[in-house]
Design a protein around this ligand. Structure first.
Ligand SMILES: [Zn+2]
Length: 252
């Protein structure tokens, strides 16, 4: 009888062990899935909302860093809420889109003033309407370590721009990021499709995540990503089983 109890107890321990092992594996496997963070900056909701069906059809979950929310019409606020309801992240890109380094070092404002004007004021307005951004992108990518540190009081991560030819700066782990350097994919970036795909390939090979930045989708504006390029990205992502992460997801 005692032997039977011991045997049953041991079997139970083995089952518990296997189960917790599986859970652990699942979690690690999930976190290491290679992926892409597709981000869009500014206030182009009228344009973005038109492309929701395309983003949905490709299973994209993107991150929209919003600025100048104080100038949104109620129709535009509504469009932003529709974008959010499709599973995209609504993030923050300052109140007025000032160059933050100029605001402090040229125009001689304090960092406290900067935070009140360019962060707290805009955030408050968005919060009032049900948007709770947890990640931030710098206008023009203008940043420094002091700003990064100060902004961590409000956000999980900050995103600057990768203005270099060192694409590896835009390929990051799939978790725990605090400063991201997005690689521009608009026409203005002058990067080739091959460059963009090589960054995705590298993320795939290393179980990491590629961070891209665009503004408008498929317009005549030079700060716009072409439809052709987006479709190439979507098809590479699908063929290689990459995961769409939001900025918030890779900042935990
Ligand atoms: Zn911007």
């Amino acid at each position: 009888m005692a032997k039977k109890v011991v045997r049953a107890f041991c079997t139970l321990l083995v089952i518990i062990g296997l189960f917790s092992g599986c859970k652990k594996f699942e979690k690690q496997g999930h976190l290491k899935e290679p992926g892409i963070v597709l981000t869009f900056d500014d206030n182009k909701v009228d344009n973005w909302v038109d492309y929701l069906p395309l983003l949905d059809s490709a299973g994209v979950k993107a991150t929209f860093y919003i600025c100048k929310y104080n100038r949104f019409t109620s129709e535009q606020k509504n469009k932003l809420s529709i974008i959010q309801s499709h599973g995209h992240e609504i993030a923050f890109h300052t109140t007025n889109h000032y160059n933050m380094e100029d605001y402090v070092y040229k125009q001689k404002h304090t960092i406290d003033e900067l935070m009140r004007c360019e962060v707290e004021a805009g955030l408050k307005m968005m919060n009032r309407d049900g948007f709770y951004p947890t990640t931030f992108a710098y206008p023009y990518g203008a940043h420094n370590g002091v700003f990064d540190k100060t902004l961590m009081r409000y956000f999980k991560s900050v995103r600057a721009l990768n203005g270099t030819q060192d694409f590896s700066k835009s390929i990051v782990p799939t978790q725990n990021n605090d400063v991201l350097y997005g690689l521009g994919i608009d026409k203005s970036s002058k990067r080739s499709d091959a460059d963009v795909i090589s960054v995705l390939q590298s993320a795939k090979n290393n179980n990491t995540c590629a961070v891209f930045v665009a503004h408008e989708i498929n317009t005549a504006n030079k700060y716009s990503v072409t439809l052709e390029r987006l479709l190439k990205i979507f098809s590479f992502v699908k063929a290689n089983n990459l995961k769409y992460y939001t900025a918030s997801q890779i900042s935990d």
